[in-house]
Design a protein around this ligand. Sequence first.
Ligand SMILES: Cc1cc2nc3c(=O)[nH]c(=O)nc-3n(C[C@H](O)[C@H](O)[C@H](O)COP(=O)(O)OP(=O)(O)OC[C@H]3O[C@@H](n4cnc5c(N)ncnc54)[C@H](O)[C@@H]3O)c2cc1C
Length: 361
Amino acid sequence: MSTMVLRPTSPAEVQEAVRAHRRILPRGGGSKPALSTPHQGQTVLDMTGLTGVLEYDPGEYVFVARAGTRLAEVEALLAQHGQYLPFDPPFVAQGATLGGAVAAGLSGPLRQRYGGVRDFILGVQFVDGTGQLVRGGGKVVKNAAGFDLPKLMVGSLGRLGVLTEVAFKVFPFPKATATLQVDFPSLAEALEALYRLLGSVIELYALDLVPPDTLVLRLGGLPEALPARLRRLEEFLGRPAQPITGSLEAAYWKDQNDLNRLGEGCLVKVPLSPKRIPALEEALQGVPRRYLSGGQLLYLAWSGPLQALDGLLKRQGLPGLVLRGVVEKPLIGLNLEQAFARKVTAALDPEGRFQPYAAQN
Ligand SMILES: Cc1cc2nc3c(=O)[nH]c(=O)nc-3n(C[C@H](O)[C@H](O)[C@H](O)COP(=O)(O)OP(=O)(O)OC[C@H]3O[C@@H](n4cnc5c(N)ncnc54)[C@H](O)[C@@H]3O)c2cc1C
C-alpha cells in the first residue's frame, strides 16, 4: 500500500491539505502507532513541521504552541522556569507531540496532583473536516465564552479536526520530590490504603498501584519538609516503606513515562475507577499492567488476540484505547459513542474526511 504523506508547515497548508484529500490521518511524533498508522486511502498529515512556542509568560503560567511541537521541547522550556505540564503526558522521550497528547487524551502518573489534559487546556486552533480554521477557548485562565471546543478535542483522536495550536495553563514543579514504594500483604489491603489516601488531606503527586499489591507514592514540596512528611506518610500507612530519593527517583519516573517498558504486545489505556480493580485483577493475571492516578487509569501490555481483550473489557463495562499494536479500530471494549458525539462529528466533519475509530457495538 502506498501512502501519501504531507508535511504542512503552516495552518494554511493544513487547510489546503484537508480540502484536497478525501481521507486524512493526522500524525504527530508517531509514538502511539495504533493511532497514527494509516489505513487504505488515507493521506497522512505529518504535523512535525508545525512547531514552535508562540507565547510563554512564566509569570502568567500560560503557554501557547503549535501542535507539532515536541513535548520534550515544551518540558525543557518549562523546566527552565521551574514549571511543568501537570497531566504528565507519556512518551516524551519517544518524540510525542503536544497535539498528539491532546488528541489521544493521555496523561501519566503526575496527573494525580492536579488533573488530566482536559483540566489544563485553555484554547485550541484546528482545521475541521471542511478545511475551515476554527478557534476555541482562549489563553486566559478565566474563559467563560462559548462552546467548550478545547475540551472536546481532548481524546478526539483526530476525528474532529487537525489540531494546529494549543494553549495550556502550567504549574510550578515542586522544589523537591521523593517516592515511597510500599508492599502490602494483599490487593485488598493495598486498595484499602489507596482509598484511605484518597480520602485524606495528604497531597500526593503520584499514587500508582503496581499489581499485585504494591503502592508507589510520590510526594513533592519544600526539601526541608520532605523527610518528616515521608515519615508521617509511612506511619499513616502502617507499613514499612522503601524510599526512592535523589536522581534515582527522577530516573524512576522518567522510566514510567515510557509506557512501552510495560512489555510487548498491544499497549492499551483503560480509564476506570478504583472500584473496578478487584474484578479486573482476577481477569488480568499474568498481563503486564500498572494502575495510575489513584486507580483512575490502567495501562496494560496485551500479547493475546485483541478480540479477547475487547470481550473482557466489554464484560467489565470499560472502554479501552489501543496505543501500540496493529489494529483496525483502536477504541475497544465498551463503545462510549453517544448521540452528542455523533452530532459534534457531523458538525465538524460532515464529509467524513477523518477516521471513525470505534467499531459499533
Ligand atoms: C467526539 C468523541 C467521540 C468519542 N467516541 C468514543 C467512543 O466511541 N468510544 C470510546 O471509548 N471513547 C470515545 N471517545 C473518547 C472518550 O470520551 C474518552 O477517551 C474517554 O472518556 C476517556 O477519557 P480520556 O481519554 O479523556 O481519559 P482521561 O482524561 O485520561 O481520564 C481518565 C479517567 O479519569 C477520569 N477523570 C477525568 N478527569 C477527572 C477528574 N478531574 N477527576 C476525577 N476523575 C477524572 C475520567 O472519567 C476517566 O475515567 C470519544 C471522544 C470524543 C471527543
